[in-house]
Design a protein around this ligand. Structure first.
Ligand SMILES: [Zn+2]
Length: 256
């Protein structure tokens, strides 16, 4: 069975945390690696613990736009994230970015944390994981400002095909979630078609965004093949070839 790298998951979420039999099943089936993504400093510790105790699991460290407002002083938060990024299996800085859909943190604070974490990415050389919800313009401006100095992945991509082409030109990877299996996903399907296979990643963003036909359930990496199959069909690629390319892409990006 062709294996996949789930490039964006939240196994520290209470719906998934501690489910050892699930993790064992995933790695014995079609999952080779999982990147469990942090949302704040405390979560980065939990992600590190998971990575430390499971061979196929890797971690990130960073402050999610939702959590910036509660993250305390910027300088202290950045030193904590920087410390976490020195760990062997903490392979990316994220997730960071902007969320203008929920606006849980005010936009100025989101922007301050986003910029500081891009600077930290440049300093540490780590790839970043970008969260961009209804903030395509400001996100793109930030990425352009660090062009050639910071790269990474646009997670659960909801950008346009045109924006995707610009990200790709700047050396970025594009990751698609279960959204591409949804009925109302026309714009995102165009974005898949604009992504060269050697820059394409897939993710669950579990426990969120379960793909069709599991939509509405608690998502996990065992459902990632539905999303990968949709991407393969859109790109007219053989399923196994897409999986092989995807794992290779993720390992290149995260330096594994
Ligand atoms: Zn996420």
């Amino acid at each position: 069975m062709a294996k996949l790298f789930d490039t964006h998951a939240h196994y520290t979420d209470e719906r998934l945390m501690g489910n050892e039999s699930l993790l064992t099943a995933l790695f014995s089936q079609d999952i080779s690696h999982i990147l469990t993504v942090a949302t704040d400093v405390e979560d980065g510790e939990r992600c590190h613990m998971l990575a430390d105790t499971h061979e196929g699991i890797y971690a990130s460290a960073g402050i999610h736009p939702h959590e910036c407002g509660e993250a305390g002083g910027l300088d202290d938060a950045m030193s904590a994230v920087e410390r976490q990024l020195t760990r062997r299996k903490t392979v990316a800085l994220g997730e960071i970015g902007l969320d203008y859909h929920y606006d849980f943190s005010d936009r100025e604070t989101q922007m301050r944390f986003f910029r500081a974490q891009m600077e930290l990415a440049e300093k540490t050389g780590k790839p970043v994981i970008i969260h961009d919800r209804e903030a395509h313009g400001d996100t793109m401006d930030m990425i352009r400002a660090f062009k050639g100095r910071v790269h990474g992945v646009l997670h659960s991509c909801s950008a346009s095909a045109e924006q995707v082409r610009e990200y790709v030109k700047m050396g970025w990877y594009i990751s698609f979630s279960g959204v591409i299996t949804f009925k109302n996903a026309a714009k995102t399907l165009d974005a898949v078609l604009a992504t060269p296979p050697e820059r394409l990643l897939v993710e669950t963003d579990c426990p969120y965004l379960a793909p069709v036909p599991m939509r509405g359930k608690t998502n996990h990496s065992g459902y990632l093949h539905f999303t990968a199959a949709r991407a393969a069909a859109l790109l007219q690629m053989d399923y196994d070839a897409l999986c092989e390319q995807e794992v290779k892409n993720a390992k290149t990006l995260f330096g594994i």
